[in-house]
Design a protein. Structure first.
Length: 135
């Protein structure tokens, strides 16, 4: 049976940091890759080469992202976060360390009643991540 295409994607809008963020995220987790990137060209109202639309996957789950050339009065908020179930202590430790660099720790990486190891962080791009060790 053919697997159906994912119909709903989380979409992350950055202001000039989309490619850096995507490269960071796909480097941290297994089964992660950049699927496609479409860039603005010189004849469009955005910086040439910036990300018009990108599709990438983290642990097999697809996401989309872009660089907005329009300044907005809003950004990311922790009320929406990426929840990643990590397969090993090494994976969660590395991901938490990298995502914390230049970001803000909301809950330190520790054992909690709901997870043997869990941490919550806003990364330097403003995206919120909850990381939990597979039970």
């Amino acid at each position: 049976m053919e697997q159906s295409k994912q119909k709903i994607h989380s979409f992350l809008m950055f202001e000039g940091k989309a490619e850096e963020a995507i490269n960071t995220y796909t480097s941290l987790f297994d089964q992660s890759k950049i699927i496609s990137i479409t860039r603005y060209d010189a004849n469009q109202n955005a910086p040439e080469g910036s990300v018009m639309k990108a599709k990438f996957s983290i642990k097999g789950q697809e996401f989309m992202a872009s660089d907005s050339y329009v300044k907005h009065a809003f950004t990311f908020t922790p009320s929406i976060s990426m929840f990643v179930t990590c397969d090993s202590v090494e994976e969660i430790d590395q991901a938490f360390e990298k995502l914390s660099e230049g970001g803000e720790v909301l809950m330190p990486l520790a054992a909690y009643p709901f997870s043997p190891k869990f941490g919550w962080v806003n990364d330097k791009f403003g995206v919120s991540w909850q990381l939990s060790l597979e039970v």
